[in-house]
Design a protein around this ligand. Structure first.
Ligand SMILES: *Cc1c(COP(=O)(O)O)cnc(C)c1O
Length: 422
């Protein structure tokens, strides 16, 4: 059976149907997705056959909405989840920006780079799109580039907003491409000072670090994803929260989308006429399986507790960081779910080979997706001594295979005393 594309139409008699797709279990030890929790998979598989208006499916969506307000730390009415992935929520977050609005986007890695591209594609005029269809440069969008490996600071945001006086500003809270935490407080304060509506990509931080979005009132929109800090299945539900300022703006100016229109979409989550209501209004065909799995992911997060989970990430990331540094790597990240590092000088340039070797064995770490090439090792949903020891051991094996002078026993011994110190 060939998996090469066959561009000639084959009749049904000629067509040989592919065998059932088997996908192996791997250890997702990258920036995301994390390994889906068995409880989430179990709820997905156990859900009955029910349509998108069935009472328990709608109840699940309502309960998920209330849990999301806890997870975000907010009293924003328009807190719900967008079907799809992180980019679906971000697309919804950018939808209230209209052509001609001035926007400043801060970019310090792959993902904030795509945020900026999304905004530019969304607001470019027909002429601007035609001039550069896949990478338009609309006049009203200013991109502020911060070098890979560095954080966006409050001073950078303040200077850009003072100079450009935009209506909107966009920043990633945690830039997963380079593993850097950006200055959320500084971003909020500059937005407040210059009366700018802030949009935050919190795809990598929500459910990992402990914060309440209501403490950052100048940030009017927050968008996250199903499968990083929230331990849901990819392509189920991406959390989003808008404050009333954005919703009022949409009421005045509109929003050029049916699918990703917050006011219309939220009606299916029983948010209507400025309040939580009993009945859902059809927006699209939600999946009872997706709802059941997402509901369990939110229960898992709240049962663990936001503060405890954040402390666990910080503790285990430090164990991994220490081990990787002992192997001669230089860590340049400061996120607590991910270690981004340069290999020792002898192995420089061999990052992709090392990552490829690991991935071939089901140890799914990642290189950086934009230059410079670095190695990314993540610990999403790997918050136990056994899981961290497994990750460190496998990475040590890969380093040894590449010829690095790594003493695996010593590294694992040090890790074991660190883990026992808690
Ligand atoms: C992963 C990620 C995204 C994209 O999320 P998808 O679920 O892949 O659509 C966007 N922004 C940041 C900061 C991310 O880490």
């Amino acid at each position: 059976m060939s998996s090469q594309p066959n561009l000639d139409y084959q009749s049904e008699e000629e067509f040989e149907i592919f065998p059932q797709l088997e996908i192996p279990d791997t250890l997702a030890a990258g920036p995301g997705p994390g390994n889906t929790d068995p409880r989430v998979l179990e709820r997905f598989a156990a859900a009955g056959v029910a349509d998108h208006m069935q009472a328990d499916v709608v109840r699940g969506m309502k309960e998920a909405k209330f849990m999301l307000r806890e997870v975000f730390g907010t009293s924003n009415l328009y807190t719900y989840a967008v079907c799809g992935t992180g980019w679906s929520a971000l697309d919804t977050a950018f939808m209230p920006i209209l052509k001609g609005d001035k926007v400043v986007c801060f970019v310090n890695g792959t993902f904030s780079g795509i945020d900026d591209l999304s905004v530019r594609l969304h607001v470019a005029s027909n002429e601007e799109l035609a001039a550069n269809p896949l990478d338009p440069k609309p006049e009203n969008v200013v991109t502020v580039n911060v070098p890979h490996g560095q954080s966006v600071t409050g001073d950078i945001v303040e200077a850009a907003l003072a100079e450009h006086k935009p209506m909107w500003a966009v920043m990633a809270h945690w830039e997963t491409g380079s593993g850097r935490i950006n200055d959320l407080q500084g971003f909020n304060d500059a937005c407040a000072k210059h009366d700018v509506m802030g949009i935050i990509d919190c795809v990598s931080s929500l459910g990992i670090t402990d914060f309440n979005i209501d403490d950052y009132p100048a940030v009017t929109t927050w968008a996250s994803c199903p499968q990083k800090g929230i331990l849901g299945l990819p392509v189920t539900y991406a959390p989003i929260s808008f404050n009333d300022k954005v919703i009022d703006l949409i009421k005045q100016r509109g929003c050029p989308s049916y699918l990703h229109n917050p006011i219309l979409d939220a009606r299916h989550w029983c948010i209507n006429d400025g309040q939580d209501v009993e009945a859902a209004a059809y927006h699209r065909t939600h999946s009872g399986y997706a709802v059941a799995s997402f509901h369990e992911a939110l229960r898992l997060l709240l049962q663990h507790g936001r503060a405890q989970k954040a402390a666990d990430y910080a503790f285990y990331e430090k164990g991994l960081r220490n081990a990787v540094e002992s192997m001669g790597c230089e860590v340049t990240s400061n996120m607590t779910s991910l270690v981004v590092c340069n290999l020792p000088a002898d192995l420089a340039g061999k990052e992709k080979e090392l990552v490829g070797n690991c991935r071939a064995r089901g140890f799914a770490i990642w290189p950086t997706l934009s230059e410079p090439t670095q190695v990314r090792i993540g610990i999403l949903n790997q918050l136990t001594p056994a899981a961290i020891t497994d990750i460190v051991g496998r990475f040590a094996d890969a380093m040894i295979e590449m010829g690095a002078p790594v003493d695996k026993d010593e590294i694992l011994g040090d890790l074991s005393s660190y883990l026992a110190s808690r």
